[in-house]
Design a protein around this ligand. Structure first.
Ligand code: ATP
Length: 235
């Protein structure tokens, strides 16, 4: 397994937000973590990379414990994270935001190599290189946040609700991009409320409810679960 989360529990001021969560992601997979608002999806991602300090449990990436490492050490090991808030530099240009993603690499050629892929994935970013990030639409900002993460040349990308608050047309582009990213050899952990669309591109899924995994399995298994069909797929 590339990523292995074992019995992870986190709390805010005594209130448990995720409880005893275990999950695995194999190299080359797209795995989705789904759940309603407040189910604990963001807390799970943030606990994996030490942005929230877990109360107990372990997280291994490529065989190494990471939950207590500093963010830049985690990035250097090949795990990139795109938070829900995107964390772009609003006053900087698209080009500069991308450059800041490539800081890990010393050689210019290594810093510039991922640009080709980014422009292929999101041609509209190439047209807007000189534009300030704050002037991009919500969907374009999401594309930039994903692209900046790709500039680190990660082995695995974790995305926190990339489709949130963006136009339906761009949502399709983002999901297509996730498929293309995987095709380029990057493993993906996708946190999403849009379960139907996510199950179309993912191999496996975990469904969270009030901080616990209530269901996991292949995309087909999760899609055919009666509870999921009723609560998430509106069938
Ligand atoms: P959403 O889809 O709305 O982002 P989520 O599934 O990502 O939801 P979390 O944001 O992880 O859920 O929240 C899980 C629980 O933890 C919620 O009850 C939330 O109110 C609580 N919580 C999240 N962040 C904090 C915080 N910084 N301080 C206190 N409680 C928090």
């Amino acid at each position: 397994m590339l990523l292995e989360v074992s019995k992870l529990t986190s709390a805010y001021a005594g209130l448990v937000a995720i409880s005893d969560i275990s999950l695995q992601v194999a190299e080359g997979e797209i795995v989705v973590v789904a759940g309603a608002n407040g189910a604990g999806k963001s807390t799970l991602l943030q606990s994996m990379i030490g942005m929230v300090k877990p109360r107990s449990g372990q997280v291994s990436f490529a065989g190494e414990r990471i939950e207590a490492l500093a963010g830049h050490h985690i990035a250097a090991r090949g795990l990139a994270f795109v938070p829900e808030s995107k964390r772009l530099f609003p006053r900087l240009s698209v080009a500069d935001n991308l450059r800041l993603g490539s800081y890990l690499h010393r050689k210019k050629a290594d810093r510039e190599a991922p640009l080709e892929m980014v422009f292929q994935l999101f041609p509209r970013l190439k047209e807007r290189l000189a534009q300030r990030a704050e002037t991009l639409s919500g969907g374009e900002q999401q594309m930039l946040a994903i692209s900046r993460a790709l500039m680190t040349r990660p082995r695995m990308l974790m995305l926190d609700e990339p489709s949130q608050g963006i136009m339906p047309k761009l949502v399709d582009e983002i999901f297509d991009a996730v498929l293309a990213i995987r095709a380029s050899g990057v493993t993906v952990l996708l946190v999403e409320q849009r379960l139907a669309e996510s199950l179309q591109i993912a191999e496996r899924a975990y469904v969270l409810q009030t901080g616990r995994v209530i269901l996991s399995g292949s995309a087909a298994e999760v899609r055919s679960n009666p509870e999921v069909r009723r609560a998430y797929l509106g069938i």
